[in-house]
Design a protein around this ligand. Sequence first.
Ligand code: HEM
Ligand SMILES: *[C@@H]1O[C@H](CO)[C@@H](O)[C@H](O)[C@H]1NC(C)=O
Ligand SMILES: *[C@@H]1O[C@H](CO)[C@@H](O)[C@H](O)[C@H]1NC(C)=O
Length: 511
Amino acid sequence: MALVEVDVFLIAGAAAAAVALFALYQRLRSKPKDLLRLPYLKFEDGNDSRERYVTDTPALLQIGYDRYLKHGQAFAMLNYVDENHPQVVLPIKYLKEVRNAPESKLSFPYYSEQIFSLRDTGGIFHTHEATQMIRVDLNRHLNALTPRMHDEANAALEKVLPSNNDWAPVSPYAFFSYAISRVTALALAGPELAHNDEWIGLTAKITVDIMTAAQGVRAKWRPYTRWAARWFFEPVKVVLASKRRAAELLKPVLEKRKAALREGTAGREKGSTPNFNDGVQWLLETYEAKNRKLTPEDLAHHELFAAIGAITSSVATTVGVLFDLLDHPEYLGEILQEVEEVRKEAPALPRQALNKLWKLDSFLKESQRLHSVGQVRLNRAAVVPFTFKDGLHLPAGTQISFLLQVPGLDPDLFPDPQQFKPWRFLRKREQGDADKNHFASVSDDNIFFGNGAHSCPGRFFVTDEIKLILVHLLTKYEFKYANDGEKRPADIIHDNASYPNIMTQVLYRKK
Ligand code: HEM
Ligand SMILES: *[C@@H]1O[C@H](CO)[C@@H](O)[C@H](O)[C@H]1NC(C)=O
Ligand SMILES: *[C@@H]1O[C@H](CO)[C@@H](O)[C@H](O)[C@H]1NC(C)=O
């Protein structure tokens, strides 16, 4: 009996001491905690599992839009990359502040680092040099480049879509991927690598490789072991091998360009088109002007970062456009007629002529409105705690985004939102400002290519590229679905990524 009492006393005493210690510990730890004070949205029907987010995130974003964003209110939801930091989705009224916030506070590179788990996957960090090369040099040389892009696109398509007498099956994803990677390589890496199939394959694949490595590391490796993945985890080794190989492939090109610069044969005579007019040359000249040494490894980093931006989303966009053309063949005639009219004046389709293809442009934009590549835009991560003017507070590490796809289907913004109206944006251009509402434009109500300082620097290039490719395809080939009555397949959804079904094959025939 006594023994039991003693035991109880001891246990009670130990428990009391433990509680006191724990309270003290809590008090010491709980320095004013930085909290996110926002409604937290989750699936409310009893299944809020992570798998649910993989396939159903768009449905949740729709609820968040109707319940919060439309009323000017931000909301929070699961961030599957880092469950301790809920992500925040913002209504458009915060666009200006996000756009104007310095990178030291709301950062696009920091966001990329988080979602691609770049520190653990050997992935490709954002590079200022590559971005500037595209923003400044590529855009400056676009007029001179488009005729060469035109020839490259035609040659690439003729290679992957050889002449045939009868309908033959083909994967739109495969031929767009090839053509776009080649035209991109011509502009960003130069003719040598545009005609190197290993380079084309490597750059076409790199984004998917990095995504696979990031998702695999997060799924299979505990956070404190991830640093070792580079030696033992195959998907990470694939990314690292691609980086090394890219440097090897670039090395002879870089040496040739350096030699040409030394010997003064880079073709810089006044008024003439330079012999070399591509990303490798522009990067090299920028480095030389600043007395910096460009190594093959640094060049590979810039080139791969540029390829990540340039290829995957452009391919997904064109695949979707082809499906929409197949679903709405009644508009093809008008598009081709416009092409013929423009070609009558300018057979080679220089940039000024491409800019006159308003119908094609409007069709591209409508295709994206209904089936956007990606659900979100202007993704940033808070480097430090950040407070908006109205008091909305983000703890450091919080990811923010604006919705793209959901507002595109809002009947208050787009009448008959579910209807494919190919000339929707053409009408807007005719009735309003002709410089707004085209495929490449960015504005406060149009964030397909982002907004502000980080808005996509490749958007003019990609608009020209897509038009050149489509003009060739639509004038030289016919396409149809493999089965009668077939329609555009459902888009593929993975978290907030969305893109057209890349497995679908169609039939083609040379005209
Ligand atoms: C249809 C195809 C494309 C889409 C939908 C797209 C979209 C975007 C978006 C939304 C951003 C981020 C903007 C932001 O967060 O504010 C971006 C950035 C970027 N894009 Fe594109 N892009 C496309 C094609 C291209 C092409 C062809 C290139 C290269 C020639 C390119 C290079 C880049 C680069 C380098 C950045 C980073 C810009 C920076 O950090 O300042 N993109 N793009
Ligand atoms: C929850 O939803 C996901 C995705 O739809 C599904 O794979 C999973 O089996 C569901 N879990 C339960 C417990 O219903
Ligand atoms: C989008 O997906 C990334 C992971 O790929 C995630 O980190 C981010 O928080 C997501 N954003 C939204 C708005 O779903």
